[in-house]
Each structure stands twice: as structure tokens, then as C-alpha cells.
Design a protein around this ligand. Sequence first.
Ligand SMILES: *Cc1c(COP(=O)(O)O)cnc(C)c1O
Length: 396
Amino acid sequence: MNESHYEKTAELYGKYVMPTYAPKLLLTSGMGAMVCDSEGNEYLDFGSGISVCNLGHCHPKVTAAICEQAGRLMHVSNLYMNEHQPRLAQKLVEQGFDGVAFFSNSGAEANEGMIKFARKWGSDKGRSEIIVMNDSFHGRTLATLAATGRSKYRQGFGPDMPGFKHVPFNDIEALKAAVDDKTAAVMMEPVQGEGGVMPAGADYLKAVRQLCDDNGILLMFDEVQCGMGRTGTFYAWQGYDVQPDALSLAKALGNGYPIGSFLVKRELANVLTVGSHASTFGGTPLACAAACSVIDTYVEEDVLENCRVMSGYLFGKLNNLVDKYPCVKEVRGRGLMVGIVLDREAAVLLPEMLKQGVIALTAGENVLRLLPPLNVTAVEIDTAVNAIEAALKAVC
Ligand SMILES: *Cc1c(COP(=O)(O)O)cnc(C)c1O
């Protein structure tokens, strides 16, 4: 019966769903770091969706907040106030970024808004161009696609929206050479995700900040993946002590309930004014109640501290693999955003790991990417590392 449930669902996908993905298992329930498929098999989810369920699946506090709010008020337009939107903005500010927030539904939309913010800011200065990084990922809308460094995502969707200039990541001289009197902003991920789990160098990021200050231009961080505690601090920039002028969040903000946001620092709070940007679904009471409970739970359960401790534990175990398996070149990342760099395509490891009951991700071509929930336990890490080792034995 379960098998037919799988087959029936796969058939419906084949017939009725646009084939932009090639999904594998049929996942039907989850709790904490575990997900269950239609045949009753359990998997340890070391992707957390894609860094979405940072508190694990169906965290009881978040589920309760969503259920309670869903029974009270799900949606009002932004022509009216709701209780939770300003509470959420305040919580985001209290995590260490003094400014104001705009709410969207996704990461791409948050970045779109941030790009519009930069253009609006530059419009009376003759500055409209945004410098972005090679190997970056900013989303699949036309503007965020043009900003994205990985050209394979852009193929077939030309012409690219103008106004973006790409430079190599972690190369301050290339960035210096690219800045001119048309530049409005530099937009980048402090830790690149899709591009291969590549952290910015600490000196580089400080130099980027200095360069932006010297030229009077904006520094904007896409923290859609690396934010929300993923790297061990609530905002990834806090781990570098390099504060941007604007930043975007999404993925883990609702722990699975869709919501995105971009924040700008307080001096720039009035760049976007009444009527200049909008979203029907942005910042609904339901989405904001979910996200408020996420941030409250981070604080109540000291999730960031667990992330930092478990990061040390995970890196320690993974570094042993570098010496043991010649096909493992390097382990890199920050916090619980981890890349295991191989000398071959990382995707070959995934089916082997699945056999061991562990879900992981890839990034770039040759990087195995781990994004466990931030409340992961040492026992769960042991299980995942054993699965990686079994996969390496099978493949390398
Ligand atoms: C996932 C991601 C996005 C896009 O987010 P969506 O919610 O899929 O639109 C943008 N930037 C980064 C860094 C991401 O990882």
C-alpha cells in the first residue's frame, strides 16, 4: 500500500507538475532532525530542507504558534497593521542590526527589494550599478538571476537584466578595479552557499567594508542561507564583525513557513517610502507569528551556543577524513554550514549516504554540503559522519 502511495504520487508529479525538479523520495512526516518517507524509512536530514528547518522539523513551539495564529487571523493587507509584523522587525533589530525591515515571502524577493533599495538610494547620485561576485547565488527572479554569479542558472533566460558587474570572490584588487562613479552597492554572501560553501576571508571582508566607506557606496549582504544562526552568530556578519548597510534573510526565518526580509540601517530607513515597494503577502500575521516564535526559540533554547559547540565537534570529525581519504581535499565553512571538498562530483555520494539513512546536499560541482539543524546532537553528528565515511569507502 505504501509503495503504491509512492508510485501514485510519482505518477501525478510526472503528469501534472512542471519538471523543474527531479525529486526522489516521498517524504511524509518529520520531527527534529528526522524525516520519514512513505515506506516508513527514517532519514537524518542534514540539509534541513536547504537550511530552512534550522530548529528541526515541526518544532513544537513553532507549530503551536502557527496553529494558534491560523485560528485567529491569517492575513490582512498591509493597508492595515497586524500585531506580529513590528514585533518581528523589533526582534531582528534586537539581534544586533539597528534599522528597519521589509517583509517578503522568499529569498529572491528579499534580494529584489534590496536591489531596488540600492537603486533608489543611488538614483539622485547617478549610481545604479551593483557589483556582485562570481559563484554567488541570489535567486531565480530576473534581477536576482542577473546578480547570480553562476552562469549556468542564467543560460537560456537572456537578455540579462542590466546593472550588475561580476568580480571574483575574495579578490579585493578586482573589486577595487570594478568600483566607479556608477557603482551604487556591493552585494555579496559573507559565506557563499550554492557556489560551494566558500567563506569570505576575514581580512577581505573588512577591506570590502573599507572600500565601500571610502567610495561612499552601500555594502549589502545576502544572508538568506548563511544568516539565522547558521554560521554560529545570528547574523553571519557578526562572526566577521563587518556590518553591512543592508542585509537579506529568508530560508530559516520561518523554520519552514515561507517568509523573507531585508533590513536597512536606520540612517537609510526613509530611502523606500510609502508606495515605493510592496508585497501582498509580505509580513502577514501568520508568517510573522511563525518567525517570532523561531527567534524566541533560538533564545530560549540557546540554539546559537549549540551550533558553535556542535560545529567544533563536526569539524573535528570531518578533518580526520581529509587524512584518511585522498579523494577528500578540504573541509571548509563556518558554524554548521559545512562543505567537504572532493576531487570529483559530490553528487555520487548522495545515494550512498541515503542507503545509510542520511540526507545531505551538494554545492558547486564537487562539494558535499552539510546543513544540519542548529539544535543537532553529537549522536546525530556521529551517525551522519559514519554515513559519509561509508559513502567515501564505496565511491573513492
Ligand atoms: C536560497 C537562496 C536564495 C533564494 O531564496 P529563494 O527563497 O529560493 O528565493 C538567495 N540567496 C541565497 C544566498 C540563497 O541561498
